[in-house]
Each structure stands twice: as C-alpha cells, then as structure tokens.
Design a protein around this ligand. Structure first.
Ligand code: ZN
Length: 244
C-alpha cells in the first residue's frame, strides 16, 4: 500500500529516468489495455497535432527549430483510434482480396507491409507521428520512401531529422537497417521515446497474442499462431532498438 502511493506521487516528479538531457522518462506509469489499443478517449493536444501533452510540447519545440532552418515540419498523421485503424484495415483487405484477387493470407501479408492490425498501431498511443516538409511542391502520395531520399522533396527534412530529432526525444521507428524485419522502411514515422518506451513495455506485459484474437477483425480467421507470433516479434518489436 505504501509503495503504491509512493509510486503514484513520484511518477511525474522524482522517480524519473533521464535518457536525453532535459527530457525525463517515467517508468512507473501504468497504461490500460484500452489505452494501449487505441480504444480510450485520451486527452490530445494541439490543432492538427493531436499528441499527448509532453509529445506535443516537444514537437512544437522541434518545429520551431526546423522552421528557423527553413523547413515546415508538418504532421500527416498522429493519433489514430482503434476504430480508424479498423476502417483502414478493412478497406485494404477488401481491396486486395476482391479487386486485386489476392488470397486472404496474401492480402494480409500485403497490408502489413505498411499498415498494422487494429489495436497494435503505435499511432494509438498519441506519441507517434508521420511527418513531411510542408514547403516543397509535391504530387501524389507523400509517404513514400523515395520522396525522403536523394533528390526527393523531403531529402532536406530527413537529413535535418537525422541530426536533430533525438534532441527532442523523437526517434525513427522503422529504420532502414538491413537486418530489420517487420514493417518496411518508413523515413516519415517518428516516436516520442519518453512516453512510447514505457507504453511498449506496458503492452509487452499483456498477452498481445490473445488481445488481437479477441478482436472482431476482418480476415482474422487467417491469423495462425505462427503468423501472430511473427507479427508481434517482427512488426511490433523489431524496431529501432533505441525505442525498446
Ligand atoms: Zn506512421
């Protein structure tokens, strides 16, 4: 009992582990299953930002710094609920199985190149962002790796983020490390480590396997235990080691 109240009182103040100067990481916060799976109405901050408070504040600082270096850090996607992810999943599943004629398993493998099974997206946490530079003129889809590479409209932004993002607590999640498995390289997806690290830790303490199977997701009859184990291991956990 005593320890409980001690933890509660000190979770924001004293008992913090510093990973980056000026940014503290509380390891004692507990997160509910519904919060981890994007089903809770969490408080989000900032118009067109929609992040948890600390992630929002740090993003604004980073945006200011990028602005003075000639870039307009623009969020394409941040918080996304379970239900929004479910709609994305369903649209893609039907598109791949019905319009493109893929097998059910083939469709699922295709979806999880870039999209998550509802309930397992880091975007559910209010800590993760997909960003571009709002200044360069572009056409077509913006979240494609080539646009962040050499000669692409967001090349400068990517270089700036490589040098500066970590100072603000933001880390690339799906890196281009050749041995990394799971989701493909996403040069646009960053995570606010001081909150997302403890959230991932909290999620790993739950039975993710069982939680996914409990959901009414279209195509889930194809989620064999081998598939789900691989998904958790590769797509959820084979990320930038700085975020583990
Ligand atoms: Zn993303």
């Amino acid at each position: 009992m005593q320890r409980r109240s001690f933890i509660k009182k000190s979770s924001y103040a004293g008992l913090a582990l510093s990973i980056v100067p000026g940014i503290s990481l509380s390891q004692e916060t507990e997160y509910s299953i519904s919060e981890l799976m994007g089903k809770e109405d969490i408080k989000l901050y900032g118009k067109d930002i929609n992040l948890r408070k600390a992630a929002h504040d740090s993003f604004l600082e980073m945006k200011k710094a990028a602005y003075s270096d000639g870039m307009d850090l623009k969020i394409v996607s941040s918080y996304r609920s379970f239900y929004r992810q479910e709609a994305i999943w369903e649209r893609k599943y039907l598109q791949y199985t019905e319009d493109r004629g893929l097998t059910k398993l083939g469709a699922i493998e295709k979806i999880i190149e870039y999209s998550t099974i509802p309930g397992t997206s880091r975007h559910h946490w209010g800590t993760d962002i997909d960003i571009i530079d709002g200044y360069p003129r572009t056409t077509g889809d913006v979240l494609v790796p080539e646009k962040f590479g050499e000669g692409g409209p967001f090349e400068l932004l990517k270089k700036w983020m490589d040098e500066n993002a970590n100072k603000y607590g933001y880390y690339l999640v799906y890196t281009d490390h050749p041995k990394r498995k799971g989701f493909k390289y996403e040069p646009w997806h960053y995570s606010y480590a001081p909150i997302s690290i403890p959230m991932l830790k909290a999620f790993r303490r739950k039975n993710i396997f069982k939680l996914i199977l409990e959901e009414d997701i279209i195509g889930k009859e194809n989620f064999t235990s081998g598939f789900l184990k691989g998904y958790i291991q590769n797509n959820m956990l084979d990320i930038n080691p700085k975020l583990l």
